[in-house]
Each structure stands twice: as C-alpha cells, then as structure tokens.
Design a protein around this ligand. Structure first.
Ligand code: AMP
Length: 217
C-alpha cells in the first residue's frame, strides 16, 4: 500500500524542512506545490506566468490551475509508493480532489501532521529564511545556518531570499492561511488522520516527534 503524508500548517512553520527529512527517511518523493510553481516561474512556462501574479501578492493560485499541476506530478512513477505533500492541499476543494486522485492510485491520505506556531514566530522564521536556487533546500540564518554563508550545503548552489518572505507578504499569507487552509484541520481531524505537532520546537525535536508518531501508526 502506498503511503501519503500531508504536512499541514501555516507558512514558515517548518513544513518544508520536515518534508525533506521525512522524504529521506521514508524514501518517498517530497512534493512541494510552491516549489513546483517556482520551477515553472524559473522556466517561464505559461503556468509559471499565471502563478507568479498570485504568489507575489501572497494569494493562493486558483484551485483548477494548482490541481492540474499536482495531477501531472502524481502520474510520475516515483509517486507510486507514496509521497510527502508539502503545501498541497490548501483548500477543502483541493483536499477533495486529492482524495479522488489517491483513490485512483489505490491510496488515501494516511497521516496529516499539523504544525502550529504563533504568528510572531512565523514572521521571524520567514524573515531569516534562505532557500537554495537549484533544489529549494531551506536554511535559516539563526536556527539552521548553512556551513558557508550564502551557499547550499547539499548542492553548493547560491541561496536567495524569496520575494514572498517579505514581512508584508508574509502577513497576507498568514491571513490567507487562516481563511482558506485552516478549515483543513477539522477536515482531516474528522477523518481520523490528524496529529498535532508543536511547530515552535527545534527542527530535531519536531523530527523526533514525527518519528514517534510514525512508529505508533
Ligand atoms: P509555499 O512555497 O508553499 O509557501 O507556497 C508559495 C506560494 O505558492 C503560496 O503563497 C501560493 O501563492 C502558491 N501555492 C503553493 N501551493 C499552493 C496551493 N496548494 N494552492 C494554491 N496556491 C499555492
């Protein structure tokens, strides 16, 4: 049976970092909808052009565009054993579509770690976040610094600060999260797959907590 894990929580709470750790540990692909959009923007695709307008404003890309992109990613053979989903779904409509898509693969959403942290922490984390140009590896100048300033530890590509990590855009992204994504907490709780994780803890502590949850599953 494939294993599908959805990481849920506000922007900056550490989903991307934990998705990377889980992906290595479980040997499953890390699918980040934000990374897929950024790749399209980098390659100047039509999808990238559409997405950029929304991303720059801190708004969600429309569901139909997002779902189509995820579908294309899911039909790649590496998703057959499962996947770690980071940033998708972000609306109840996306969640319903995901459930239909996974049924086609004989799977379902097995586990939804929900990370939470107060808004001040999120703004602080995103202000110090540095992302690698080549593969989206994530660092933080205080909590997770790279070995060499400005260079990715894993692929030596340059690190950059995302435009949408600016405090004004971050505040908008948190509002959008509260309005459009937070209903998924109840959605997955009702389906018995939600587990709460304290997103204010250190990277290692959070990873340890998720490992314990996986052992109990
Ligand atoms: P992230 O890298 O997950 O923080 O996403 C960055 C931006 O990409 C978001 O602020 C949205 O504009 C867009 N985005 C990423 N995932 C989704 C999604 N599932 N639905 C709609 N928009 C998304």
């Amino acid at each position: 049976m494939p294993t599908y894990i959805v990481l849920l929580g506000p922007p900056g709470v550490g989903k991307g970092t934990q998705a990377g750790i889980l992906s290595k540990k479980l040997n499953l692909p890390h699918i980040s909808s934000g990374d897929l959009f950024r790749e399209n923007i980098k390659n100047n695709t039509e999808l990238g052009l559409i997405a950029q307008n929304y991303m720059n404003k801190g708004e969600l890309v429309p569901d139909d565009v997002t779902i189509k992109m995820i579908r294309v990613r899911f039909i790649q053979p590496d998703c057959a054993q499962g996947a770690i989903l980071d940033g998708f779904p972000r609306t109840p409509h996306q969640a319903e579509n995901l459930s239909g898509l996974l049924k086609e693969f004989g799977g379902q959403v097995d586990l939804v770690p929900f990370f939470n942290a107060p808004a001040e922490i999120l703004v602080d984390r995103l202000a110090g976040r540095w992302t690698c140009k080549a593969h989206g590896h994530i660092f933080h100048n205080i909590y997770n610094p790279p070995k060499v300033t400005g260079i990715c530890d894993y692929d030596q590509s340059p690190l950059y600060q995302r435009d949408d990590d600016k405090p004004e855009t971050v505040k908008k992204r948190i509002v959008v999260y509260n309005e459009q994504t937070a209903p998924l907490i109840e959605y997955y709780r009702q389906r018995g797959v939600l587990v709460e994780v304290d997103g204010t803890e250190s990277i290692d502590k959070v990873a340890e907590h998720i490992s314990l949850i996986l052992v109990k599953k």
